[in-house]
Design a protein around this ligand. Structure first.
Ligand SMILES: [Zn+2]
Length: 382
């Protein structure tokens, strides 16, 4: 599917107009066309001005370089094939969720190298598919918990156990490590804890102990490699806070984002006050698609987070959802904080650059190296 995606985009690029290569003589011999072209250009700029008035928020994303701190555009290969040229968002942090998904994230970051920050991790919804030891690979029931009400049990799902085939650690862990090493601007994410996750078709849950172990593994890996981390957390904020406190500054990544934050206002204070500087590394990201379901709660949380720790995200599974998602959450930030959307855009974009700063620097460094390589190549050809 991804090969098809890349081919489609290359074909699309060949249709671009090249206004800069018209020879001066052609306009000299056809003065009427030159005049007509001027009228057309004048009309185009008028249309652009009118469009900007009506879609001022698009312009806002563009003007301030608003970026998406957490999304999954790779889930829509057809949308990605169309290219990101029409996207107003400056950067997108594309979150990988499982071994099968990482290749698509990597391909997208190669296809859109100045737009996409690749992120690799195991989402808690897929925790039971990624074993951490041989025993769990051989006995998948170890990776599944019965629900708290006891109304299901792994033994009731022999078919599921037979087909689950958890991926052994030697298949996915070195792959995760090598993707992060191969892409020095990559982030560790999405991973984390989810008490509400249910294995489809059952009431079983990805085992809590396994989720905790996976989360700790990701945090330690991000810390070792010095990468930011993007975390998913549902009804597990207390456990996460304990884990971060125990890991301390040595075991925690340099920046930690709690995406689509859904915890209490008290927990926000708890996270930012984590001892030995760990609290200074925590950012809170909000989306309209997840957090907007309970708007009063969203506004309350948006008011409680220190403005310099606030990120915006779309959490959308398609490039088409990114710009509208960012616009919606910026409006909510402005409403909650009593500021303009422009001020919300400036503040959250500064925070994005704080959070993803090293990734952006490495992306731009590659871009500069490529540009100077091609200049050297052109000079040598001359
Ligand atoms: Zn996500």
């Amino acid at each position: 599917m991804w090969n098809r995606c890349l081919r489609g985009s290359r074909a699309g690029n060949t249709g671009q107009y090249n206004l800069g290569t018209q020879s001066p003589s052609s306009s000299h011999h056809r003065p009427h066309l030159h005049g007509a072209a001027r009228i057309v250009i004048k009309n185009i700029s008028l249309i652009k001005r009118v469009a900007k008035t009506f879609i001022g928020m698009d312009d806002l994303l563009d003007r301030f370089g608003v970026s998406d701190a957490h999304c999954h555009p790779q889930d829509d290969p057809a949308g990605c094939a169309a290219g990101f040229a029409s996207l107003s968002a400056r950067y997108l942090a594309a979150m990988g969720t499982r071994l099968e998904d990482w290749e698509a994230v990597e391909a997208l970051s190669v296809k859109e190298p100045h737009k996409v920050i690749p992120c690799f991790g195991v989402h808690p919804w897929f925790a039971h598919r990624h074993a951490l030891d041989l025993a769990a690979t051989l006995d998948p029931s170890q990776l599944l918990d019965s629900p708290p009400n006891g109304k299901d049990h792994p033994s009731r799902h022999p078919d599921l156990l037979a087909r689950l085939a958890p991926i052994p650690p030697e298949r996915w862990m070195p792959r995760l490590q090598s993707l992060l090493t191969a892409h020095p601007h990559a982030v560790v994410g999405e991973f984390g804890l989810d008490r509400a996750a249910v294995v489809p078709g059952t009431r079983l849950q990805p085992a809590w102990a396994h989720q905790l172990a996976l989360t700790e593994m990701h945090l330690r890996l991000a810390s070792e490699l010095g990468r930011p981390a993007s975390l998913h957390c549902v009804q597990g904020y207390g456990a996460l806070q304990d884990m971060l406190r125990t890991l301390g500054p040595e075991g925690c990544p340099p920046k930690i984002m709690l995406h689509s934050y859904g915890g209490s206002v008290d927990l926000i204070r708890g996270f930012t006050k984590l001892p030995k500087g760990v609290g200074d590394r925590i950012y809170f990201s909000f989306s309209s698609v997840i957090n907007g379901r309970a708007r009063d709660k969203l506004l309350e949380r948006l008011r409680a987070v220190p403005l310099e720790r606030l990120l915006v995200e779309s959490d959308q599974n398609s490039p088409a959802g990114v710009d509208p998602g960012l616009r919606a959450i910026l409006e909510a930030v402005a409403e909650a904080r009593g500021i303009t959307v422009e001020e919300a855009a400036v503040a959250t974009t500064n925070n994005f650059r704080e959070f993803y700063g090293t990734c952006i620097e490495r992306m731009e460094a590659v871009r500069t190296a490529v540009a100077s390589d091609s200049r050297d190549g052109a000079a040598a050809a001359r």
